[in-house]
Design a protein around this ligand. Structure first.
Ligand SMILES: Cc1ncc(COP(=O)(O)O)c(C=O)c1O
Length: 442
């Protein structure tokens, strides 16, 4: 029963899930779990939604999938129009896929194909950031600054150049937020020059870092500054919005908050709310048109790209989000929730930082609040808190390694956009309980 063995908590066997409804999941033993993180920030509208299920069933009754090189379909066309309208007039093309990793692979390949189509095939190098995660396929892992996940594959990964993370809580050289942005932009500029701008295809970053940093929104001005550097050197900007996008941070595109338009973006997770795997590489019209006129097609995508039923699920989720104005709810309610979490957790000296944007919040635990010294990795604090919370019926997302790749403890809270007020309050209460009990006993 390998498939049923726990990999997360170290328990003998994972509970068997049997049902989901709204913000709750139920296991075969009748235990109920409040979904405080959408699993890994994926279930944007909760579970068992009848409208979405009906849309999926209706599509299956007609046809499950029309292969993308033979057919288009109404769900595919309508979802594409809806997403392009959400993203803004600069965007014109979408390649669908089934996971965030594939959407990132697609993003890297679109960037490389674009430069080839422009007659500049020597632009092949990629720049990414330390303490970032972009996926588990070899290309996406190659641009990920996540030591633990990379280690067994080192030597087989693409050669990628890494610049510093943009983390105001753990700033490069102890700089202030404004000094930090200038220093990081200078670092990127220097790196492009060192590699030779004529060799650099793209810079990829998460507008709000997810699992690799425990939710780290870039400091104000950072996105504009790196966009300007990349423009100066004709380097494409790829925004990995797999975790932070599709409304999770209170704007449909996470970078909308910063007033920045990337050239290419990867979206996944909340796009179809976890009902059916669906992700997308969305890119500027001009990029796609250039590729199409030179090569005739985008050389990325898979058998199930644009799977008809997955698109029907994505369309139903996105229509519901729109009808119920959930993105603006996430924006307005998100800030208050962060304050409520801060208030509930301030009694713990070990809570060093509560940060985030919209319904993506990270809590960083430290041994010393003043020096921000992390706990030793052996203590596995975030993991233990996650496990305690789970035993207590709360799903949150513990992450480790945000400090130097090996230390650091963070907990991610990423509620469904439509969680009720009572559920939101319960998430805070249960999480505070799990943190308190863990700190008292480990
Ligand atoms: C920012 C980011 N990019 C890419 C991925 C990879 O997505 P997936 O696990 O769907 O392949 C993740 C997954 O957590 C992510 O957080």
């Amino acid at each position: 029963m390998t498939a049923n063995r726990a990999i997360g908590w170290g328990m003998e066997a994972l509970p068997r899930i049997v049902r989901g409804e709204g913000s709750y999941l139920y296991d075969a033993a009748g235990r109920r779990y409040l979904d405080g993180s959408g699993g890994p920030a994926a279930f944007s509208i909760g579970h068992g939604n009848r409208e979405v299920n009906a849309a999926i069933a209706a599509q299956l009754d007609k046809v499950a999938c029309g292969y993308r090189y033979l057919f288009t379909s109404e769900p595919l066309e309508q979802l594409t129009s809806l997403l392009l309208a959400r993203c803004g007039p600069q965007f014109g093309h979408i390649v669908y896929s089934g996971s965030g990793s594939e959407a990132v692979e697609g993003s890297l390949k679109v960037a490389l194909q674009y430069w080839d189509a422009r007659g500049r095939p020597q632009k092949k190098r990629l720049i990414a950031r330390e303490r970032s995660y972009h996926g588990n396929t070899l290309g996406a892992l190659s641009v990920s600054g996540f030591l633990e996940r990379r280690r067994p594959f080192e030597g087989s990964l693409l050669e990628v150049s890494f610049v510093s993370a943009a983390n105001a809580y753990r700033p490069l050289g102890g700089l202030s937020a404004s000094g930090l942005v200038a220093a990081l932009a200078d670092e990127l500029d220097a790196r492009i020059r060192a590699l030779g701008a004529e060799h650099v295809a793209a810079f990829i970053f998460e507008p709000v870092v997810g699992a690799a940093g425990g939710v780290v929104p870039a400091p104000p001005g950072y996105a504009q500054a790196v966009r300007a550097v990349c423009d100066r050197h004709e380097v494409l900007v790829i925004a990995d919005e797999v975790m932070c996008g599709a409304g999770r941070c209170g704007t449909w595109r996470a970078l909308e908050h910063d007033g920045v338009v990337p050239d290419i973006m990867a979206v996944g997770k909340g796009l179809a709310g976890g009902y059916i795997p669906l992700a997308a590489t969305i890119f500027r019209k001009q990029l796609g048109d250039t590729i199409l006129s030179a090569h005739g097609s985008f050389l990325t995508g898979h058998t199930y790209s644009g799977h008809t039923t997955a698109c029907a699920a994505g369309l139903a989720v996105q229509r519901l989000i729109e009808r119920e104005s959930l993105v603006s709810r996430v924006r307005t309610r998100g800030e208050a929730l962060r304050r409520e979490l801060q208030d509930a957790l301030k009694r713990f000296d070990e809570v060093g930082d509560v940060r985030g944007r919209g319904f993506l919040v990270g809590i960083e635990l430290v041994r010393d609040r003043a020096t921000r010294e992390p706990f030793p990795a052996e203590r596995a604090l975030s993991h233990t808190i996650g496990r305690r919370a789970f035993e207590d019926g709360l799903i949150c997302y513990p992450c480790a390694g945000n400090v130097a790749g090996i230390m650091g403890d963070t907990i991610i809270v990423a509620r469904p956009y439509n969680a009720s007020e009572a559920e939101l309050a319960q998430i805070i209460e249960k999480l505070a309980g799990a943190i308190g009990r863990t700190l008292a006993t480990t």
